[in-house]
Design a protein around this ligand. Structure first.
Ligand code: FES
Ligand SMILES: [Fe+2]
Length: 380
């Protein structure tokens, strides 16, 4: 008999120290029930990146997104405040805004023309006279919590906790202080690329968090500029910093040309956001589950100079990043297939390398366990 969702979640032991720990069980990467629970808990209850702040610098600018399967729109109001809403018309549920981003004086649903102000209030309802007991003031767009950190805008869908953590609290002072020191204001967004992985989103995150374990085997170019033996792994409350000294001697030509400086910093922020920083270059990764075995990873590339003249100089750096992703695509697919094998249930973790994965799995367990109770209460 197939185990219940609760039994599946409970088959992981979060209390084992790293030396004795196993990964989360294979079923967590395969089971539709776990996937749905993750969307409702891990993704709907954490702060999720929506866009960059510079996309919303003026009143009327908006960005649409999908978070935990929910359509979302974030817009700057005429009062200059940022607000997030479910992008769901209160009439018959069509998406009100349908471009990835843009600028509007009001939010107009394309289906029957209902209009909302930039502040989300319902303003116009064509051909709706004679409808009884209908109060426009309670039919505005449903809000979502919205907050800004560094140059990014985040939303949090659910506010059911008695005291939902503010974004700052969710990130933690330690992380906020560390990132502030990087002076990210000096970097500017140049380009976005999308990659599709044939694996569960957690396979991608595990791969990212293996403490450089796979780098010498899979990424020869990257390996040639990193100090593998000196690679450091430091866990925070909800983040992991992997870092390495950069070496120039013996660097592979293409990688060495665009990965300079003293240090490489790789920040993972629970559950699905990564900041990869080399001196003078940064890319971020947003890991978006698109199904149990389908994952979209959105890369944004930032540089100090994005003038027309600098773009050509910056592009080789993006190409090196792309090559590393291509190298990871095949292995993530291979892992997903192996997780499906009857021969595999869970694996052990390297004490030297895989503390980040251990943190990820324990945080995930805590959220799923808590979420399971809430979801079951709701269904009762
Ligand atoms: S669904 Fe939006 S106006 Fe009808
Ligand atoms: Fe990799």
């Amino acid at each position: 008999m197939k185990p219940s969702l609760k039994e599946t979640i409970d088959s992981y032991d979060p209390s084992a120290p790293l030396e004795q720990a196993s990964t989360i069980p294979a079923s967590w990467y395969l089971d539709q029930g776990v996937h749905d629970l993750e969307l409702q808990t891990v993704f709907a209850r954490s702060w999720q990146l929506v866009c960059r702040l510079d996309q919303l610098s003026e009143a009327g600018q908006y960005v649409t997104s999908e978070i935990a399967g929910e359509p979302i729109v974030v817009v700057r109001g005429n009062d200059n405040l940022l607000r997030g809403f479910f992008n769901v018309c209160r009439h018959h549920a069509a998406a009100v805004m349908n471009e990835p981003e843009g600028r509007a004086s009001q939010l107009r649903c394309p289906y029957h023309g209902w209009t909302y102000s930039l502040e989300g209030e319902l303003k116009g309802t064509p051909d709706f006279s004679g409808v009884c007991d209908f109060d426009r003031s309670t039919n505005g767009l449903a809000p979502v919590a919205t907050a800004v950190w560094e140059q990014w805008v985040f939303v949090r869908l659910e506010n059911h906790d008695s005291q939902p953590p503010a974004l700052n609290h969710f990130l933690g002072v330690d992380l906020i202080n560390q990132i502030r020191l990087l002076a990210l204001d000096n970097l500017h967004w140049m380009e976005r690329r999308h990659y599709t992985f044939d694996c569960n989103w957690k396979v991608f995150v595990d791969n990212y968090l293996d403490g450089g374990y796979h780098v010498p085997h899979l990424h020869k170019g990257l390996d040639s500029v990193l100090d593998y033996s000196g690679y450091k792994i430091e866990n925070g409350a909800r983040f992991c910093l992997q870092s390495s000294r950069m070496v120039s001697e013996g660097a592979e030509h293409e990688t060495g040309a665009v990965r300079k400086g003293d240090r490489a910093l790789y920040y993972w922020i629970y559950p699905n956001f990564m900041i990869n920083w080399y001196q003078g270059v940064m890319d971020t990764n947003l890991v978006v589950p698109r199904g149990v075995d389908k994952t979209e990873v959105i890369f944004d590339f930032y540089f100090p100079d994005i003038s027309a003249a600098a773009r050509d100089r910056n592009r080789p750096s993006i190409e090196v990043g792309e090559r590393i992703q291509d190298e990871d695509v095949a292995i993530c697919k291979s892992v997903q297939r192996g997780l499906n094998s009857r021969a595999y249930e869970a694996g052990r973790l390297s004490v030297r390398r895989e503390a980040g994965e251990h943190l990820f799995h324990r945080l995930l367990f805590a959220d799923l366990k808590k979420g399971l109770g809430l979801v079951q209460n709701r269904e009762r």
